[in-house]
Write a protein that binds this ligand. Structure first.
Ligand SMILES: [Zn+2]
Length: 136
């Protein structure tokens, strides 16, 4: 059982997150619509989008989760309560580390057959590194 705190994300907020993420797909870099977008919800109730930012080297490509977390941080918001998914495992690690810093069990928001599904990041990290005590 995780010691991280979960914040409620009502369906209405989750649907707005999904709507904003979908709308942001047109801003994927460098070619709109050819990449990925997500959004995060902060404890202040603000939503920040992130888009994938592709490098010609590919290894320097930033995933949309990375830019969304940075987008919130640029606005001074470090307490993320939810992010749209699904997310790759690199990004799950980044989301996990954000959760450890804030103490908030970030919920992954997914729409499946028109229904909102929520998965706390702790449930997706069976043997996390670092663990909740910060052990590496
Ligand atoms: Zn990723």
């Amino acid at each position: 059982m995780s010691k991280l705190k979960t914040h409620p994300v009502p369906d209405e907020a989750a649907r707005e997150m999904l709507r904003r993420a979908e709308a942001a797909e047109t801003n994927v870099y460098p070619h709109g619509g050819r990449g990925y977008a997500v959004s995060v919800l902060t404890d202040k109730g603000n939503i920040y989008e992130g888009v994938s930012y592709k490098s010609d080297t590919l290894t320097l490509t930033m995933h949309c989760e990375m830019t969304a977390l940075a987008h919130a941080a640029i606005h001074g918001e470090h307490s993320i309560i939810a992010i749209t998914g699904p997310n790759c495992h690199m990004c799950k690690q980044l989301i996990w580390e954000s959760a450890l810093h804030s103490g908030i069990d970030i919920q992954i928001i997914i729409e499946e057959s028109g229904e909102i599904k929520r998965a706390p990041i702790s449930s997706l990290m069976p043997y996390p590194w670092p663990d909740e005590e910060g052990n590496k």
